[in-house]
Design a protein around this ligand. Structure first.
Ligand code: ZN
Length: 355
């Protein structure tokens, strides 16, 4: 090996997927991204990921310098088995997809997989707004609300891989509590996700463009319906943060997505609400801050998905990669004989993305 060590990072997103080559210090050396086209089903999505991974791998200046592959998946996962479970944003996926093994077989690289909230928590902890802490939480506040928990410097996945589901704690026990996408009533996500804020603003009488950005701008411009939706979201988010704070006693809580784009509308009232619903002893030295990684979060999350498990004494790592394609890979390739397309729907024949 003559080149600098690199990790192949793969990000499976609901809208876009990407592969990148990253140094251990988080510099991106190559990147390619294409639409996920999840509506085409599991075979097509996995063929896209294989195409992305192979394209990035082929761009490595020294193939021997690739030390492994990390996958950040926007879906429920069993991280230590490298399995992706079905999700509403990934229609047609079988009960278990051995994604880490499929990519390991394809690339010949030891491959580790994490849920994207957990992987982004690791990335913010190592490279972003969580640096310098030992116990922190990262909350996605996007289409849904999820969290990654770092406790004592290590990712806490929970006994069954569902640790940190703060979006589905109950913050409204009234008879008028909203029904959440998960089927429960009164979940934080039903009030404070980006989608929920928009939905509630429309119910309140907001009639502008139906996007999170537009409803935030309307709130800033004095639209009462939009302002009330954000005020309610901030109050409920604060209750969720209070639960998290009382349970975990973190040094820092890092908020992503909506809380970054609309931090002026959400952050201060959410912190005030959290302080009303938790002990002063727990919150007085707790900082609640927006995420810091911006559009680098996905690449760094994939990098950290690899680094975290490779540093965890090897427990649960996928078996060493086999040479040649496995039956699983052959099955996927046979069922999805297509090439991914670019943003405008054209088939990609040649890709370069050195950055
Ligand atoms: Zn729920």
């Amino acid at each position: 090996m003559t080149g600098e060590p690199l990790v192949l990072g793969v990000d499976l997103g609901g809208t876009k997927s990407a592969a990148s080559l990253l140094t251990l210090s988080g510099e991106t050396r190559f990147r390619i991204a294409v639409p996920t086209q999840a509506e085409r089903g599991a075979g097509a999505v996995i063929a896209t990921l294989i195409f992305l991974a192979q394209t990035a791998q082929n761009a490595a200046p020294d193939p021997a310098a690739l030390i492994g592959c990390g996958v950040s998946a926007g879906a429920p996962v069993d991280a230590l088995r490298g399995i992706v479970f079905p999700a509403p944003n990934l229609p047609g996926f079988p009960p278990e997809t051995p994604l880490a093994q499929i990519l390991a077989d394809t690339t010949g690289l030891l491959t580790h997989l994490e849920n994207d909230a957990d992987a982004t928590a690791l990335a913010e902890y190592r490279f972003g707004a969580g640096q310098g802490t030992q116990t922190m939480a990262f909350l996605t506040v996007g289409t849904g609300i999820g969290a990654g928990l770092i406790i004592g410097g290590k990712l806490h996945r929970g006994a069954f891989g569902a640790g940190g589901e703060i979006g589905h704690v109950c913050v409204d026990t009234s008879s008028a509590a909203r029904v959440c996408n998960c089927g429960l009533r009164g979940c934080l996500e039903a009030y404070a996700s980006g989608v929920s804020v928009l939905k509630i603003a429309i119910e309140n009488g907001y009639s502008g463009e139906p996007t999170g950005v537009a409803v935030a701008n309307a709130a800033r411009s004095g639209d009462r319906a939009a302002q009330e939706a954000f005020a309610d979201a901030a109050d409920k988010l604060g209750r969720g943060l209070a639960t998290l704070a009382m349970l975990l006693n973190p040094e820092r809580i890092v908020l992503g997505t909506l809380a970054v784009h609309a931090s002026d509308l959400l952050l201060a009232p959410a912190i005030a609400s959290m302080r009303r619903h938790a002990w002063n002893r727990v919150t007085e030295n707790l900082s609640v801050v927006p995420a810091a990684l911006g559009d680098r979060a996905q690449d760094l999350a994939a990098l950290c998905a690899y680094l975290a498990q490779s540093g965890e004494s090897g427990a649960g790592n996928p078996p060493p990669p086999k040479s040649g394609a496995s039956d699983k890979t052959c099955f996927v390739l046979r069922t999805a004989p297509h090439l991914p397309t670019n943003e405008t729907g054209d088939t990609i024949n040649a890709v370069s993305g050195v950055v």
